[in-house]
Each structure stands twice: as C-alpha cells, then as structure tokens.
Design a protein around this ligand. Structure first.
Ligand SMILES: Cc1cc2nc3c(=O)[nH]c(=O)nc-3n(C[C@H](O)[C@H](O)[C@H](O)COP(=O)(O)OP(=O)(O)OC[C@H]3O[C@@H](n4cnc5c(N)ncnc54)[C@H](O)[C@@H]3O)c2cc1C
Length: 442
C-alpha cells in the first residue's frame, strides 16, 4: 500500500507532476493570486474570461493542486457549510452544473458524473437524525428496499437521496483547470511561496509582486502567513482507496449509478465509486497538528487506515479481500464559526475566500466567481450573498487550547458514535462536542 503521495488521484494521473517554473523575479501585474487550488484557479479563470486584458498571475508554493484540491473525496456537492439561506442554496446547487459545464467546455476529463448522493443510516439513531432532516439534505427519502435497488449496504435502515451532487476525480479537475487558466494567458509560478501579503505587494523569496489587487487562496495553509496564525484552523482528513473491485464483488454491491455515499454516523465517512471501479472512503485520522502545522505530504497514521478499512468492510463485507491501494491525508480550513466567507477590501486591494471546511469542491467555484466580481468592482447577485464581506468571526484560541479542543471534540464525537451503536439511543455527548467546538450551524 502506498502512503501519502500526496494522493491516489495524482498517482492515477502519473504521479507528482513536474513543477512549472518559479517566479523569475519581481513583476508588476493587475491581479496576483496566491494559491493554485480550486479557489485561486477558479478566480483566475473567471477574471480572465470576464476581462482578457487583465494581467493576472498565480503564485503557488508547491504545485497546482498540491493542497486539498488534489486530495479530496471528489464530492462536488451543492452545499456550503453552515449557509442554509435560499440565495446561497440556489447559487451552490447551480454551481454543480457550472463546474460540469466548464469542465466540458475546457475538455477537462475529470470523471464528472452527476449521480447524486446518498446519506445512509446504519443504526436507529442515525435513522432518526436522517428522518428529522430529509429536507435539510434537499433530498428524497429511500426505504431500505429502494436503497437496495441502488446499492446494497450491510445493515442499512434507510437513506436520503440528494440529486445535486456529482462525483469527480479531484486532481484531474485541478490539473485541467490549471491548464485552462494558462491557455487564457495566466502564468502559474510554482515552487514560489508568498512569504507575506501586504497592500499592493506579495513578497516572495524570488522578488516582489506588485499588484493592484491580491487574492489570498491559501485555505488550510493560511496559518503559515504572517499575522494569520489563528484565522483558519487546518483540519486534517484521511482517505483510503481500494484496488479495482472484481466484477463479482461489484455484482454483490450494485451501485451502478455511482452516487457518492456518506454514512450518518457523527464521525461520518464520505465515499465514492471511482471511474475505474475502486472505492475511496474518507474520514477521520489525526485531526490537527500542534500550532496549526498544515501538512506533511499526505502522511497517514496506521490506525486511521485500519479504521477506514474497517468501516469499508462493515458497509460492504464483500470487499474484505480487496487490497487497499493507497492512503493519504490533506488539510482543509475552518473559521471559528465553521462557516466560510469571501471578502475584499478596496482600501488594501486584498481579497480572500475560504473556510470551506469539508465542503469546498463546489463552493470554491462559487467563491472564485464572487471574487471575480469583487475584484472587478462589480455588484451582482453573487456579491450580495450572506457569506460575502460578512463580519469576520473571532480568532481560534491560542495553543495549547487549539490542540486540546480539536482533539477533544473528535474524541467526544467518537465516544458518542460508540454509545449510539451500543445503546441505540441518541448520545448527549454530541451536544457537548457541539458546545465545545461552537459548531452550532451544522
Ligand atoms: C482529505 C480531504 C477530503 C475532502 N473531501 C471533500 C469532498 O469530497 N467534497 C468537498 O466539497 N470538499 C472536500 N474537501 C475540502 C475541499 O477539498 C477544499 O475545501 C478545497 O479543495 C479548497 O480549495 P482551496 O483552493 O481553497 O485550497 P487548497 O486546495 O488547499 O489550495 C491552497 C493552495 O495554496 C497553496 N499555498 C498555501 N500557502 C501558500 C503560500 N504562502 N504561497 C503560495 N502558495 C501557497 C497550497 O500549496 C495549495 O496548493 C476535502 C478536503 C480534504 C483535505
């Protein structure tokens, strides 16, 4: 089994990509974007489409897609964490098709498949939770027999089907997007860290970038920048992917429509059937590194691999003999109120978007389109969404509280799951986890 790497998605594309050249020296431009993940690249894409005369450049510390954008679970979901107002819901649901549209128009082969998503209950308390909130999931209730026609999951008691979700190959999307952006005339300088972002200037070891406008799209790595240590908490998530399943195992499972799947445990797992017939299942590993340390090239703890593999076997006992091919981790960013924001300050010329938590694949496209309008000084339906220029939440606690709280919350959630499985009743511990984390919105 391959560990880290930074993800199977890049392995599938031939390995870690060769880096583009770094910044050749100091430059002037109209818009400098820091970070070549979905947020930065979508912003560059829409800016150049809107105004081809703009001189836009992208600075990337590693390579395009190195962060969460090249490592995620590939759920292109019509949801923004913590934002349930009608305007945001309509905008993000339309975003699923927008990503599919651009991928087709730009010939990005990212295994886009709009199969919807299933949230599946495998215990009585999970069932209660799902039944209470079927509309919150924007979906349709499926009884076990109806679910069985789609996919056979051991012990499933029911599910909610949400049609507004597509499955993608994450690294293929970010890599294709980088190429599309370059085609529009945007240079992407890789191996080029921004060491400071100041009004109208980005500092790098290779020279200053002077720009009228600057977009910070550094998400789970933002804490490395001066003055931003406690804005976004870098939270880790871990994924394992199997070898391709033999035909008889697929025959036992069904799942022909390749919906994305999540279980309804509190420490939920997110799952996709890959285009080449594997199962990728993601969930918790170690949640956080001391002092907001961000990433160690996708490293994974053995216990996290064991835990995710056990979950896989629990849901689909027929996969027991299928080897795990690769495991990796990544970081996403969370603001203190667990709700994303997009901001632009005309006085400094600095904008940013992030805090997508674990729901940034579609949301980063929406964020990119919002930033495009904000940077160009245009007012639109998108710039009026509640996440735009909202008051920033308070900062995360200083250490060691951040470490204790993040590890503590996940420990409590695990205990709550265990209690629920043992007793069949809702655990009060979950309320405690919500209280400690401040995560009321979900
Ligand atoms: C394991 C995992 C699974 C996930 N699964 C899903 C999912 O299924 N569905 C979903 O919707 N969301 C999911 N997410 C979240 C989603 O992937 C992210 O929200 C999204 O990719 C964020 O994109 P981004 O461009 O904002 O950040 P990133 O993709 O992290 O990009 C930030 C980039 O900035 C670069 N950078 C950072 N600092 C600097 C600097 N100082 N100078 C220059 N460059 C810098 C980094 O190298 C990186 O390439 C998952 C996240 C993880 C980690």
């Amino acid at each position: 089994m391959l560990i880290g790497g930074p993800s199977f998605w890049f392995t599938e594309l031939g390995g870690t990509p060769r880096r583009r050249p770094r910044l050749p020296g100091g430059v002037d431009c109209d818009v400098a974007i820091v970070g070549a993940g979905y947020t930065g690249l979508w912003t560059a894409y829409y800016l150049k489409r809107a105004d081809p005369s703009l001189r836009v450049i992208v600075l990337e510390r590693e390579f395009a897609g190195y962060g969460a954008s090249g490592r995620n679970g590939g759920w292109l979901a019509g949801a923004v964490a913590g934002m349930h107002d009608d305007a945001t819901v309509a905008a993000i649901r339309a975003t699923v098709d927008e990503v599919g549209r651009v991928a087709a128009a730009e010939h990005i082969d990212c295994a886009f498949h709009r199969g919807g998503a299933l949230a599946v209950a495998t215990g009585p308390t999970q069932l209660e939770r799902l039944r209470e909130h079927p509309l919150a999931h924007g979906g349709q209730w499926l009884e076990p027999a109806q679910l069985h026609e789609r996919v056979r999951i051991a012990g499933a008691l029911g599910a909610v089907y949400d049609p507004d979700v597509a499955r993608i190959q994450p690294a293929a999307l970010v890599r294709g997007l980088a190429v599309a952006v370059e085609r529009l005339g945007v240079p992407i300088y890789e191996g080029t860290p921004a060491t400071a972002i100041e009004p109208r200037v980005v500092r790098t070891p290779f020279g200053d970038v002077r720009a009228a406008r600057i977009v910070r799209a550094t998400e789970g790595y933002t804490a490395d920048l001066p003055g931003l240590k406690r804005l976004l908490l870098p939270l880790r998530s871990t994924i394992v992917v199997t070898a391709p399943l033999p035909d008889d195992v697929w025959a036992a499972i069904g799942w022909e429509n390749a919906e994305t799947i999540a279980d309804a445990a509190l420490s939920y797992a997110y799952i996709q059937r890959t285009a080449d017939g594997r199962i990728a299942i993601g969930g918790r590993g170690r949640p956080y590194y001391f002092r907001s340390g961000s990433d160690r090239y996708g490293e994974v703890e053995n216990w996290a691999v064991r835990r995710l593999t056990a979950k896989l076997h629990e849901l689909w006992p027929a996969t027991r003999d299928v080897p795990i091919a690769q495991a990796w981790s990544g970081v996403f960013g969370a603001l203190r109120d667990w709700t994303p924001m997009v901001a632009f300050d005309p006085a400094t010329g600095i904008g940013w978007a992030g805090g997508w938590v674990g729901e940034g694949v579609a949301a980063a496209n929406l964020g990119g389109r919002i930033l495009c309008d904000l940077v160009r000084g245009e007012s639109s339906d998108l710039t009026r969404l509640p996440m735009v220029n909202r008051p920033a939440p308070r900062k995360w606690e200083p250490e060691p509280l951040r470490l204790l709280a993040s590890h503590g919350v996940y420990w409590v959630i695990d205990q709550a799951d265990r209690q629920e499985a043992e007793t069949g009743r809702a655990s009060r511990l979950y309320d405690l986890a919500k209280l400690v984390s401040g995560r009321e919105a979900e």
